[in-house]
Write a protein that binds this ligand. Structure first.
Ligand code: AR6
Length: 176
């Protein structure tokens, strides 16, 4: 499913984000930039050890921020490591919004045209999926409405059919 917002295509796909050939893929990272399971594990396996080494050189970044590494052996040129909140740590909503916004800004600072996001925080970090879908999509839509973005294609890659249908319902509501 896709929607056009201010000349930017917002697309939902179901699958593995490491299969995508967008300019950047977003990793659902943690503050210490140690790539564990979920999306990070898939990126580590497919992208090779160079990505973790670059993360180790950077050392860490706070919740709600994002940093950039190369994409290693992935099809994507870059990985943008965005740190979402753990459910229960406090201020989860503004932190998730900030993680998405900072990932978009970092992509734009590199003049990128396409980026793919996973459903940040909704796996190991336990953020409720419908609430995250609403925040992630509305933050992105507001951003592209209010910015002269270099991005022309923003993909949300949902791993399982249940997450896909939550994002689909939410995007239809936000962009009728
Ligand atoms: N492609 C797309 N989506 C995926 C993939 C994949 N290959 N694998 C899982 N998902 P998670 P978090 C979905 O746990 O909650 C790691 O240990 C998954 O079903 O990757 O932000 C990191 O190192 C879920 O809906 O991220 C951090 O410590 C969504 O992606 C921590 O987990 C996010 O799940 C981050 O936890």
């Amino acid at each position: 499913m896709q929607k056009l917002v201010n000349r930017v295509t917002i697309e939902l796909v179901q699958g593995d984000i490491t299969d995508l050939a967008t300019d950047a893929v977003v990793n659902a990272a943690n503050e210490s930039l140690q790539m564990g399971g979920g999306v990070a594990g898939a990126i580590r396996r497919r992208g090779g050890p160079a990505i973790q080494r670059e993360c180790d050189d950077i050392g860490g970044t706070s919740v709600g921020t994002a940093i950039l590494t190369t994409g290693g052996n992935l099809k994507a040129r870059y990985v943008i490591h965005a740190v979402g909140p753990r459910w229960g740590e406090g201020d989860e909503e503004p932190k998730l919004i900030s993680a998405v916004e900072n990932a978009l800004k970092l992509a734009e600072s590199k003049q990128l045209r396409s980026i793919a996001f996973p459903a940040i925080s909704t796996g190991i970090f336990g953020f409720p999926k419908a609430q995250a879908a609403n925040l992630i999509l509305s933050t992105t839509i507001d951003h592209v409405k209010n910015t002269k973005s270099t991005l022309r294609h923003i993909v949300f890659c949902l791993f399982d059919p249940a997450s896909y249908s939550i994002f689909e319902k939410t995007l239809k509501k936000l962009v009728p």
